[in-house]
Design a binder for this molecule. Sequence first.
Ligand code: 13P
Ligand code: SF4
Length: 328
Amino acid sequence: MTAPIKPPVGDELLAEIDRLRKERNAVILAHYYQTPDIQDLADYVGDSLQLSQMAAETDADVIAFCGVKFMADTAKILSPEKIVVLPDMDAGCSLEDSCPPEKFRKFREAHPDHIALTYINCSTEVKALSDIIVTSSSAEMILQQIPPEQKIIFGPDRHLGGYLSRKFNREMLLWPGVCIVHEAFSETELMKLKEQYPGAPIAAHPECPPSIIDHADYVGSTSGILQFAKTFPGDTLIVATEPHIIHQMEKALPEKNFIGAPGADGNCSCNICPYMALNTLEKLYVALRDLEPRIEIEEELRVKAKRSLDAMLAMASGTIGKGDLGKV
Ligand code: 13P
Ligand code: SF4
């Protein structure tokens, strides 16, 4: 048995990733929750909506997706002719895990007069069982396009669903899933931090529970929070989402102070997404070198799932970069 070829290290690793990216005609897409080294070498860094729009539009032959599996699946659903690689196939998502397709199918069948408005953080099978997909930056504008009398099932994130429901005074049947990362923020520790920085606003992702959202000055997607960080008038911002996004804030505004909201032990490391953290530069290099691990989706399933994604892209067209959720 021949030993696997080891990735190079340091500058040579960066140079090799660059060489392979050109050789493969690959585009490297990265989510804001990836580590700074990955964000810095990606061709595009963005939120879920922006990255799916990029995946649908790119003319690259290979998409190297530095994010979690549902995001790479989305890229493959939208661009089936491309090779889509994910550096670590175990990069899942607690929201996806909370919503097994068979249970979701039964839930839908029990409510035949409801449409399924579904957060993109779900499996391809659940997308195929849904009517319209939303991301945190498109949810608000899409919900507003659905007639008020139309009954809605919203899954799998009960906090995003609850936030939308409260903001628009619109009843929805909520699937009981949560993001383990945003669920870990502590209201008590957040209040202690507020005492330390009394003038600092709080920007929160809508995956946070209401106990955190209720204290937020701004609520929005990762791109929305980043936009808020670039425009808020003060000098310190408390950020209640996965802390790797702070890298982009510090790059854009090095003179300002960005503080990650704390978890229950007062230490925000419990708010690092353990799934996103599985991707590394070494694994990205191997993925570009071997074109593995590769996303494969059975064609009938892909076509079904694409309908609900296309519905989102059509209803959200023109939103790229806006990150448009606001405060309740
Ligand atoms: P965004 O669409 O806001 O980037 O969120 C993705 C996500 O997984 C948040 O946990
Ligand atoms: Fe899933 Fe939460 Fe990680 Fe986002 S932060 S990928 S919702 S587990």
